[in-house]
Design a protein around this ligand. Structure first.
Ligand SMILES: [Zn+2]
Length: 144
């Protein structure tokens, strides 16, 4: 196969050009996203999905991954965080039609970013909550 960027010949099955390092699979690859069992999962699509991990069933609705709704069940939701983190990318690729791998990665990157923002807001909330609790406790102790 030939690199779409620099034209160098590469052995079949490689993901990146040995000459320029550019991606070999994206351009010209058949887009089988959204075809369920028939969908072929490009190697670029695989990998941990932080959007699914943090957003759970909300991410599931946004990406047509309905099994993520199991995350609505307490305790099961904790397991689903890790299941969606590990398998979310592949499931989202097979569940709905994406314009391209780039489109898929861009959308999943946004979910991941939003997930980390959610996480940071959550941490700040709990820090503020405990700080307030300590303030209230010490104030009440100080009242004669
Ligand atoms: Zn190249």
């Amino acid at each position: 196969m030939f690199c779409p960027k620099c034209g160098a010949a590469n052995p079949e099955g490689r993901n990146f050009c040995s000459s320029c390092g550019g991606p070999l699979q994206i351009i010209g690859a058949v887009n089988t996203s959204g075809m369920g069992r028939l969908a072929q999962i490009p190697p670029e699509v695989r990998g941990w999905n932080w959007g699914g991990f943090w957003w759970g069933w909300i991410w599931g609705i946004g990406n047509s991954v309905w099994i993520a709704l199991l995350g609505l069940i307490p305790i099961v939701s904790l397991v689903m965080m890790f299941v969606l983190g590990a398998k979310g990318s592949e499931w989202a690729w097979t569940a709905r039609k994406w314009e391209s791998i780039e489109h898929f990665k861009r959308v999943q990157r946004n979910w991941a970013l939003a997930g980390w923002i959610l996480f940071i807001i959550g941490v700040l909330f709990w820090v503020a909550y405990f700080a307030l609790a300590v303030c209230v406790m010490t104030t009440i102790e100080a009242i004669p």
